[in-house]
Design a protein around this ligand. Sequence first.
Ligand code: NCD
Length: 337
Amino acid sequence: MHFAGSHILSVQQFEKEDVERIFTVADRMAPYAHRRRVTNVLDGAILGSMFFEPSTRTRVSFGSAFNLLGGEVRETTGFENSAIAKGESLYDTARVLSGYSDVIAMRHPQEGSVAEFAAASRVPVINGGDGSNEHPSQALLDLYTIRSEIGASGRKLDQLRIAMVGDLRHGRTVHSLCKLLCQFSGVQVVLVAPEALRMPAEIVENLRSTGHKVLESDQLEESISAVDIVYSTRLQEERFSTQEEADQYRGRFCLNQSIYTRHCEPNTVIMHPLPRDSRANGRELDDDLNDNPNLAIFRQADNGLLLRMALFALILDVVEQVDTHARDVNWYTGGRF
Ligand code: NCD
């Protein structure tokens, strides 16, 4: 695809070579994300960051990624702080805010809303999550993380074995990740969910019709015994009509160190888009996994910076200028990465 000026709305807009291109650019962002170098290639540019649903990592890492490239961020969070609460349409909001920004990152609870906004925007829009539909930048950082975690032991994305666990019906990260995995060959996906929270049929069908093996189960232990990756997810309680309805699935699949030791292969990598629910009745990934070297969740979150920097550099067409506008940092950076 042609990246310059493009919206990023769904992973389905990418060919395999586009994903490779994004990953190559992401690799080049490491000295900046890891605070060894600074670049001001986006000096003067403004990111409009519009998050109408709770967000920590996606919102902050989009903002930090833009700052790390030398740009500035203007932020709107929550409907209550926006004129949408006064009845303004997405169309009007997009027409106005795209005059104030060079690129926009947006999250919204309704499926399709970010695409609707993008259609009226005069600048590129990146989907930071539209309801249960898609979360393309998360899927890219997830796939990048999978590649680097399994790559360390010589394994490849082709023939990947992955278990996705939890609320697969509402989880937009797993929807986008499954769509992206269709680009590879011989992938085995084990989908672990309660009957009512199974992965949407068209996404399963899409995987099968592109030649991948899909198993569905509602048993955690047996499903994680022969996989490279366990990708755990949070119960998306905000997508249920009542709290009681959500509560019946809370705490259903809890992975802890003892289950890991008994059932997983020794180098199975544990991932989660985060936030994990650390409340006593949640705990889909127990805190006792924190010292497990295969717990990749914080490396995964760190990779969000690389991927989001890469997307900005590609969309604003500055990839080749990043290094020519750079210098070493002035401050002590320690051994953070
Ligand atoms: C996810 C999301 O918002 O879809 N979080 C994230 O962006 N890293 C997952 C979740 O909220 O459970």
